[in-house]
Ligand binder design. Structure first.
Ligand code: NAP
Length: 241
């Protein structure tokens, strides 16, 4: 019997997949989401007895409602990892309203929709962990990513505020802000951009999803009991913070 129940959004690939596996290795039963049934089936296969895949489009209210209903009818979830994210890059003057809205909805508005319904169960337990995945771009800004940077900066403010509201209930709320991590999201960057990014990373290499997952696992555990409202950077020293 697993001791805790978690939901990791965007667990089908990249950082979310590493987080789901890492939490599962720490005796947590993990609901890992994907946007399609095929992806959810792959998550179920990956997690085996330690979890299950579910379909969830975080930018679709009906999909969030259905996923929340499924999870809350089966389990009392006390760990929520808001990891799902997208980029739709363009210089601001060329950025369409649709691309602005989609990135804000998926990366930021979704947190409001997902945190709220799970809080009751965490309050009942007087124990909870909410971990939001931000980005170095939320502090640094990045030409071509005004929508993404706005959403990720918003996540940090949301995290600090929620931490203040929920501290007395035994629920911690933190943000993990990765730098440049090797996943599908960064695979399409051209070599010149990658070289420029690498030059700004003191550790001199791109990060691995597992390295982000380790920090999330700490924040999801009992060991982080006096850490809340924080943004932990996992970026190889980029920007020096
Ligand atoms: P990724 O490899 O592109 O994976 C994205 C994940 O999010 C997939 O599981 C995808 O599901 C899911 N997803 C996409 N749109 C969704 C939606 N509308 N509803 C629900 N799920 C959705 O990305 P990643 O690099 O692992 O990034 C994970 C998180 O880390 C994101 O929040 C990202 O902003 C952040 N981050 C990444 C980096 C980096 O360098 N990679 C740096 C800083 C921050 P499907 O497989 O079903 O499409």
């Amino acid at each position: 019997m697993s001791s805790r129940i978690a939901l990791v959004t965007g667990a089908s690939r990249g950082i979310g997949s590493a987080i789901a596996m890492r939490l599962a290795s720490a005796s947590t039963f993990v609901y890992g989401s994907a946007t399609s049934q095929e992806g959810a089936d792959r998550v179920s296969e990956m997690l085996g007895d330690s979890g299950t895949g579910i379909v969830l489009q975080v930018n679709d209210v009906d999909s969030v409602t259905a996923a929340v209903e499924q999870v809350t009818s089966e389990a009392n979830l006390t760990i929520l990892v808001n990891n799902a994210g997208v980029t739709k890059d363009n210089l601001f003057l060329r950025m369409s309203d649709a691309d602005w809205a989609d990135v804000i909805q998926t990366n930021l508005v979704a947190l409001h929709r997902l945190c709220k319904p799970f809080l009751r169960g965490m309050m009942r337990e007087r124990w909870g962990r909410i971990i939001n995945v931000g980005s170095v771009v939320g502090r640094m800004g990045n030409a071509g990513q005004a929508n993404y940077a706005a959403a990720k900066a918003g996540i940090e403010g949301f995290t600090r505020s929620l931490a203040q509201e929920l501290g007395s209930r035994g629920i911690t709320v933190n943000c993990v802000a990765p730098g440049f991590i090797e996943t599908d999201m960064t695979a399409s960057l051209d070599e010149k951009v990658k070289e420029q990014l690498l030059a700004r990373i003191p550790l001199g290499r791109i990060g691995d999803a597992q390295e982000v997952a380790e920090v999330v696992a700490f924040l999801a555990s009992e060991h982080s009991s006096y850490v809340t409202g924080q943004t932990i950077a996992v970026n190889g020293g980029m920007l020096g913070y």
